[in-house]
Design a binder for this molecule. Sequence first.
Ligand code: ADP
Length: 870
Amino acid sequence: MKRYVHNAKNPNSIGGNTVRAILPEDSNSIWVVTETSVDLFTGDRIEHVLQGTERITSAHRATDGTLFIGTRGGLYEGTRIDTKYKFNKVELFQDPVAEETAIAEDKLGRIWVLLAERGMVCYDRKNNSAIKLDESDGLFSWPEEITTTSKGIMVVNNGQQIAMFDPLTLKLSKNAPLPYLTKLEVNNREAVVAGHPFDDDDFVIINHITVLQELTLDYLHNNFMLEFSAMEMAAPEKNMYRHKLEGYDDDWIETDAKNRTATYGNLPSGTYTFRVKASNHQGIWSENERTLKVIILPPPWRTTWAYTGYGLMIAGLLLWARRSIVQQERLKSNLRIEHIELEKAKEVDRVKTSFFTNISHEFRTPLTLIKGPVQNILDSYKDDPKIQQQLKLVERNSDLLLKLINQLLDLAKLDAGNLKVEKSKGEVMRFVKATGSSFTSLAAQKNISITIDVPEPCYALFDRDKIETILINLINNAIKFTPPNGKVNVRADVKNSSLILNVRDTGIGIPEEQREKIFERFHQVSESHKEVGTGIGLALVKELVSLLEGTITVKSEVGKGSEFIVSLPLEIAEGPEDHKEESAQELSFSQPTVHIVQSKITPEGAATNREETRPHVLVVEDNADLRSFIIESLGNEFTFLEAENGRQGLEVATTEIPDLIISDVMMPEMDGITMAEKIKTDVRSSHIPLILLTAKSTETSKLSGLQSGADDYLTKPFNKHELLLKIRNGITRQRKLREKVMAELMSEAPRKEVLSADEQFLTKVKDEILRQMSNEQLSVESLAEQIGMSRVHLYRKISGLTGMSVNELIRKLRLHRAAQLLQQLWGPVSQVAYEVGFSNLSYFSKVFKEEFGTLPSEYNGIDSPSGSRG
Ligand code: ADP
């Protein structure tokens, strides 16, 4: 027997003092395992195969020849390559105190290693996996020895007990490396477990992340990071991890132990599952995995509620759109129908208008043809009240008809665009006041009070005719549709370069539904409106207003009254200083020659200038505005005299002896009718034509006007052209009368039995002149004295009746007497001249030739109007 001991100096001695195991290698060699070395004995030779490890505690030679060496620092695996052995450390566990106390092998070739105080590990070389068993598997601590029975049962003992198990049937899967979630960060801040203090920015979770099964995040916290780890693996730095966020990641993401985190940012809302698996250092993947359900809540606007809301809204919108489209279509078709109806109505109106226009033209000629003769008969039968009454009725109605026709023609002109705006300069407010004032008598007759309010004067360029028509129509309607004791107010204002005309009444009012229609042609509010009309007035007003680029509105309350408001653009002009620059036509409106009552009495013979040759017209009217309106509208064709009432009028008529008198009927102190009577019976004024202005008169007032001797009348509100026409007519008639008077005066024919006051007067004058014919000195004064009249009155009366001055009349009578004498061969020319009051023979010859066209010596009397010899 040969003994071997450890000798540190002899390399061919055993490597340690304490021998742990002796294991046969093959027929030639054995293994001697000491505490500090693993030696291979081959014959005498000792080879130190493994040295310098932790203290060796156990050894085992596997059936395939692999040598397993257990140390306090881990397990070594030694394999033979050719004749050499090579040892590798098997990194089962990282645990430094994993002291292997015993090693055994099962039938599958798996190596079972007892760990001093930790239980046991099964190391599967084929799968490169290691599974630990401990007390939870029924094992005890501090196992010391392990043996395999022939049946393959393993027996473990710790000195006090033994444990047996069949390694082939023992379940080992639970020991696969199970990863844990160790940390959660949300928006880069570690999540705080509920119950711990936290900041506003912190995200709070109900349980620690290691045990949390479900994580719910809102849309503001959709960035998170998960940290994981497999805690019990042997060599954690060699662990590998695979993770995947199901629902987001398509593939598994593999990371190593240094990157044990998974980060997700801006995750869309939804439900995900985070899965993580770990592998041990040998790359063996565990079956087990840690999962965490992650729910990212959608933002409020993407929640189910929100979507339901959107859906409802869209549905609502669609419904609304559909409804509004349907409504619009309906409206459109209604509008279309309305439009067609309107067009139709317009067309009917057009046809009506054009029909009326056509007839109007046809009517106008016969009407004028009626009016002319009527006027003539009226003139001829002045003294027959019956004829006067009837013919005046004819005249009045033809006037009415003519007025209506003119309105229709105006409308037609408007339609054809032929009515043009014609502006002239003037004072607007006085014009409005005067136009309104012309209604005072008409209103008074109906017992309606009319007030006209205008502000201070305003000079402007405006279309008189059209504004007048507008006003007249509105005021006329206001009076027409207002019952007795009502009120009518006319107001004018200038606002922002617009003339605002306001006509208000306390009448019957206009029903709401009629308010727009009254401006249509031929429209009349039927019920309760008993007044007759044509329905043209307001249509014309509206058209005129729009021609003037203005607006008209109506406010009304049935039973309370109506208010028409017209707004017209106004061109403000300079005051009266500018008048020189005005056109002749405007001048005619603004600068008539006016003589006030007290104006100086024109001496005889002074009537030479143009002004004095203009006919003198006396205007008797108590309303100053109306007076000036009349004067203004008649223009500078005449010279005007004014009087405020009948008494004054009579005075002016008898002293100034105008060529024509225009007078109102209703006046204070003396009314127009009384004045007319007095004027017509006064020898000084009886010849003066007189026109009475009456309100829309009843027959009686008209008649009394005519019986009183008025030559004509005019209903207010009158048209200025009409008035002008009447004045001209009056003056022309007067002229014709003069010619007749003169002819009669010069004739030698026997006198009529019945003489008018004027004829009587003239006869008287003629007789007086004839009586004093030979008196060369016969003067106006002496003649006036003889007649019993002042010089001036005589002069005016003679000129009014004959158109001649008194001296002219005397001369004319002298010449006609001379002609008569010459015809009668009364004596030589010189004697005849002397006989008729001419002392200068050549002067006599000259004027005689002027009068008869031939010299007295050659006069044979042929031209004598009614001469007869002998
Ligand atoms: P006419 O007066 O000739 O009938 P208009 O065109 O002037 O025609 O007026 C049309 C209708 O408007 C009248 O018939 C009347 O019914 C109504 N109307 C006009 N002005 C007034 C008013 N001031 N008050 C009440 N109704 C009025």
